[in-house]
Design a protein around this ligand. Structure first.
Ligand SMILES: NC(=O)c1ccc[n+]([C@@H]2O[C@H](COP(=O)([O-])OP(=O)(O)OC[C@H]3O[C@@H](n4cnc5c(N)ncnc54)[C@H](OP(=O)(O)O)[C@@H]3O)[C@@H](O)[C@H]2O)c1
Length: 260
């Protein structure tokens, strides 16, 4: 199947690691010209090296709303008009309701919700003018089944889904598709370090913690980043041209709800 991504311009955020990097690499493999952003310039250069000469690095801290505009202009000047925007960043700080203070609430808002809003605000007007585009927000399976110890993720990502759904209604008539992709447990550096922390906190071995986690997944294992990135690339492509306004879950069947 030809995804018809050749020479499409994609801007992928949170692309120095994990799911963002995997999404950028999948898009790059399909021939898209990819701009990768995150804070660590050195790590971005490595990703550009892995994708090849059609990729460019545009360092950016997504909590700096003014810098988002500058970065968006740089992407357009180096690669041309943006066809695909993949919104992603690190997860907000873990903790339940009682353990979360007002400062953390504000930081979680800036990192997960406000950044998504500012990025979309920068990129969508030009998509509208051209009458085409695709915006994908990387969220979490917590938008379908809350994770009790992750208050900020549960709160902010649900708001991102609300924004995405609203955008899909408003922008569909302008030729713009808007979607969310929700990972369950994908084996990124972050997930590996979460397992290490859980093992240390409980005095158990890492393999015991991981086995317990994998036993809750019907496919019996963590997903690989490429399995996630390939779904993002497909959804961003012309082959998914009639898919908009939904959240696609990539979780090996882990969620229990019938609407998952
Ligand atoms: N992996 C999973 O199974 C899973 C499951 C559910 C939800 N998620 C969510 O999906 C997202 C990606 O997860 P991941 O596992 O790929 O995490 P990761 O490996 O930690 O990658 C996070 C990426 O975001 C970038 N980033 C963090 N803060 C940023 C900021 N302020 N500005 C710009 N870039 C920033 C990081 O790069 P720099 O450090 O270079 O900035 C990195 O490239 C996270 O929000 C995570 O909570 C992941």
């Amino acid at each position: 199947m030809d995804l018809q991504l050749r020479d499409k311009v994609a801007w992928v955020l949170g692309a120095s690691s994990g799911l963002g990097r995997a999404s950028a690499e999948s898009l790059g493999r399909e021939g898209a010209r990819v701009a990768v952003s995150a804070r660590r310039a050195g790590a971005l250069d490595e990703v550009v090296g892995a994708i090849g000469s059609s990729a460019v690095a545009v360092p950016l801290d997504v909590t700096d709303s003014a810098a988002i505009g500058t970065a968006a202009k740089e992407v357009v000047s180096r690669l041309g008009a943006i066809d695909i925007l993949i919104v992603n960043a690190g997860g907000p700080r873990p903790g339940g309701f009682e353990a979360t203070g007002a400062d953390e609430l504000a930081r979680g808002f800036d990192l997960t919700l406000a950044s998504a809003w500012h990025l979309a605000k920068q990129v969508v007007p030009a998509m509208k003018e051209r009458g085409r585009g695709c915006v994908i927000f990387i969220t979490s399976s917590s938008t379908k089944e809350v994770i009790p110890s992750l208050l900020l993720s549960n709160m902010m990502r649900a708001a991102v889904v609300g924004m995405a759904k609203t955008m899909s209604k408003e922008l569909g008539p302008k030729g713009i598709r808007v979607l969310c992709v929700a990972p369950g447990r994908i084996e990124t550096p972050r997930v590996v370090s979460l397992d290490e922390n859980a093992a240390e906190a409980s005095g158990r071995g890492i393999s015991e913690v991981r086995n317990e986690s994998e036993a809750r997944i019907p496919l019996g294992r963590y997903g690989q980043p490429r399995e996630f990135g390939d779904v993002v690339a497909f959804l961003a492509s012309e082959r998914a041209s009639y898919v908009s306004g939904i959240t696609v879950t990539v979780d090996g069947g882990a969620l229990n709800g019938i609407l998952s």
